[in-house]
Design a protein around this ligand. Structure first.
Ligand SMILES: C[S@@+](CC[C@H](N)C(=O)[O-])C[C@H]1O[C@@H](n2cnc3c(N)ncnc32)[C@H](O)[C@@H]1O
Length: 262
């Protein structure tokens, strides 16, 4: 089980959809080609948000394979995305060639900041066989800023980023370095790589997501034990009250599209 629940994924999906870089999303869709039946393999599919983001822009009907290790999320994905999707309970830490076999496009959203450099190198080796395109959206980029600063913001974001680099089941996580690492490794494999910022820009209309994000920051920072518990509590209470007053924030993410050149 992964620890990502449906309610959190549902909360973030509209912000993710708004944040995705439109040009890279369209280019990812185009990379599936105009011949019906191209296969898209979605890594860490959750309930299928990448499917919902891409499906309306695809030039021809495609087949989808969803990989996730969480059976509850896979079941939700099956209910929401239709019976034709091939649902596979898979531990991505043990990803093999058969999981990607036949793919024209490999996708992932909000996944690559969880994985390690070793996983990216292993994935690049698997991709080098059939050379599908790769669309990796919404990797956290290490930046978080608030419309009204607080003196503890810098220390909190630094501690949060430290937590982001801890092991999430793949070895030391890339966290804020995800997109850069992926770009460098795939360029070395002969891919043409484009990246774009895809930040959440959250205001009063996304109050529930802001509050949940602040809770997540506070919990992660507390786990690092790099700040005194009183400081974390002070920052958390201040930030939640500020968000309730309408103070917005920007949480940085980036998107990547890698297309084979050969
Ligand atoms: C942040 S969620 C993103 C879900 C979905 N892509 C989205 O954007 O809503 C990360 C996803 O990766 C999956 N995941 C994490 N570690 C995994 C692993 N070792 N094997 C397979 N799936 C994993 C989780 O179950 C979860 O669905």
């Amino acid at each position: 089980m992964s620890g990502f629940d449906t309610s959190w994924l549902d909360l973030r999906e509209p912000a993710d959809r708004a944040a995705r870089d439109a040009r890279l999303l369209a280019a990812a869709a185009a990379a599936t080609g105009s011949t019906p039946g191209a296969l898209i393999v979605d890594l860490g599919c959750g309930t299928g948000s990448t499917f919902r983001a891409l499906n309306g822009s695809l030039p021809a009907p495609t087949a989808w394979r969803f990989l996730d290790n969480d059976p509850a999320l896979l079941a939700q994905a099956g209910e929401r995305c239709g019976a034709a999707v091939d649902l596979r309970r898979t531990d991505l830490a043990a990803l093999g060639a058969a999981d990607l076999a036949g793919a024209r496009l490999v996708t992932a959203s909000a996944l690559f900041d969880l994985v390690s450099r070793r996983f990216v190198e292993h994935l690049a080796g698997l991709l080098s066989r059939d050379k599908p395109a790769l669309y990796a959206a919404l990797s956290y980029d290490g930046t978080a800023s608030f419309d009204e600063p607080h003196p503890l913001d810098g220390a909190v974001v630094e501690a949060f980023n430290r937590h982001q680099r801890s092991d999430k089941g793949f070895g030391p996580a890339l966290g804020p370095d995800a997109t850069q690492t992926l770009a460098a490794v795939l360029q070395a494999e002969g891919y043409r790589v484009e990246t774009a910022d895809s930040p959440w820009v959250l205001g009063p209309d996304q109050m529930a997501l802001q509050q949940a994000t602040l809770d997540g920051f506070a919990q992660a920072v507390a786990e690092t034990q790099t700040l005194a518990a009183e400081e974390v509590a002070l920052w958390h209470a201040h930030r939640k009250a500020a968000a309730a007053r309408g103070v917005g924030c920007r949480i940085g993410h980036s998107d990547l599209l890698a297309v084979p050149t050969l």
